[in-house]
Design a protein around this ligand. Sequence first.
Ligand SMILES: C[S@@+](CC[C@H](N)C(=O)[O-])C[C@H]1O[C@@H](n2cnc3c(N)ncnc32)[C@H](O)[C@@H]1O
Length: 278
Amino acid sequence: MDTEDRGYQLIKQELFKHLNTSGQGYKDSYLIRRIRARMRKLGINDFMEYYQLIKRNKQELEDLLLTVAINVTEFFRDPIVWKTLERKVLPELIEFKKRHHDSTINVWSAACSTGQEPYSIAMMFSEFLGDQLPRFNIKILATDIDREALNTAIKGIYPREIVEKSVPKHMISKYFLPMGDHYRISPKIRGHVQFRQFNLLSDAYPRGFDMIFIRNVLIYMTKEAQEGVFRKLYDSLENHGYLILGKTETILGNAAQLFKLYDLVARIYVKNQNLPGR
Ligand SMILES: C[S@@+](CC[C@H](N)C(=O)[O-])C[C@H]1O[C@@H](n2cnc3c(N)ncnc32)[C@H](O)[C@@H]1O
């Protein structure tokens, strides 16, 4: 069995070392598939041999991290999701807030990587609210386990091609400042976002959110670990709140009863408020 292979275990340790976690709770099947794909490319068949290579060659470890895609993200990732948020969720949420005379909107981007997601959320609210933006206090908590990714997020400086690839032109001039071959996110967008290091598998969850984005991180975790996360997210989300998963993610097993599907294509869920025993 690959999972018992000493070489594989060492590679896994190396992959998770920089995240300060053991890798427990993450799917071996997924990791093995991605590691093997990288090994195949290099003509290596033995995990131990590949482990020795990543120990010798820091670039190979970087390439493996990319192959595993643990940090991959982009501005407005999966455009259909942002369209659905803009067309369905935001009008409903803003209407709800007005009805309740509540001007604060709390959003959590729960695995924000290098910051593109929380900044996209801030831009989305700014675009949607337009002149009404000053009437609301949009607070986005952006967390990730990876300190290095968070440091990039906090700086808010991205290569030109990354920004130009996925941010519409009119928004680049509104929300970014050019800096040579980079762009810096504007202070007005930056000001909505607070960054914090947070491990979804072990830290105590914050509460009171109108929206929680937890996209493209649960795919790496075992079903049991995912169930634990969903149970905690349930309590973090306000009763009227929205849970946004990655486009290929679903809620499995016992956790499925905690949430109701709101939009299948965009993978948006709302809380099931009629849980037995609650
Ligand atoms: C593929 S990125 C997703 C970024 C963004 N949400 C998106 O969809 O584009 C996955 C992120 O999850 C983070 N992550 C992995 N395990 C985590 C954990 N246990 N707690 C918090 N974040 C974690 C990784 O560091 C990485 O930045």
